[in-house]
Design a binder for this molecule. Structure first.
Ligand SMILES: C[S@@+](CC[C@H](N)C(=O)[O-])C[C@H]1O[C@@H](n2cnc3c(N)ncnc32)[C@H](O)[C@@H]1O
Length: 193
């Protein structure tokens, strides 16, 4: 769990058991050779699946502020003999340690609602928009906004419309919204900067 000065606690709990990484990555349009960023990667189950898709010509950058999560990713990388994932500890509201326009596809899964609750959207989205190349993709995965299902409290969940309205402020234009699994939706946007 990462503590936060603004009040909302981002849970480090993985959604591995209820979210299919391959379904998410297919919906986002990930392909061989892509440079992929998993922003707030948790235990890295999406990054591990992405590494197989991007292959030797691509690269996966898994970033989390919680050092124990990044350690878990590093263990899986070592166990699997994976050479195309770089797992890094960083606070993405401060600085994403990547160059401008370097990322083809960025996924932020089950993280954005926390930045909304903590009033950190501007900081994080400035960085996200900076690192995604023009015409690159930003895909947000969030828990469907309904009560009584697994996930964060209803009052901090965000709807696809709220995500779309938020992203357009950063020149990220929504091209598609779809359900990915029983509990989640994905909003896919193109970087029109
Ligand atoms: C609910 S978990 C989701 C993990 C993973 N994406 C998943 O879907 O299973 C939220 C993650 O965001 C990370 N996180 C929260 N604030 C962050 C920040 N400022 N910079 C980087 N990672 C952050 C947390 O440490 C946590 O691992």
């Amino acid at each position: 769990m990462s503590d936060n000065k603004h009040g909302h606690v981002h849970h480090s709990k993985s959604t591995r058991d209820i979210l299919n990484a391959e379904t998410v990555l297919a919906a986002a349009g990930l392909k061989s050779g892509d440079y992929f960023l998993d922003a707030g990667c948790g235990d890295g189950f999406i990054s591990i699946a992405a590494s197989k898709i991007v292959g030797d010509d691509g690269k996966v950058c898994a970033i989390d502020v919680y050092p124990q999560s990044v350690e878990m990713v590093k263990e899986e990388i070592q166990k699997g003999g994976i050479s195309n994932i770089e797992a890094t500890v960083a606070d993405i509201t401060d600085k994403i340690p990547l160059k401008d326009d370097s990322v083809d596809i960025c996924i932020m899964a089950n993280v954005l609602h926390g930045f909304v609750a903590n009033d950190e959207v501007q900081e994080v989205m400035g960085e996200i928009s900076r690192v995604i190349r023009p015409e690159g993709t930003f895909a947000v995965v969030e828990f469907i906004k309904s009560e009584g299902t697994r996930g964060p409290p209803y009052n901090v969940r965000i709807s696809p419309d709220e995500v779309e309205d938020l992203l357009i402020n950063y020149n990220l234009k929504t091209t598609e919204t779809r359900e990915v699994g029983k509990y989640h939706y994905l909003v896919k946007a193109v970087n029109e900067k």
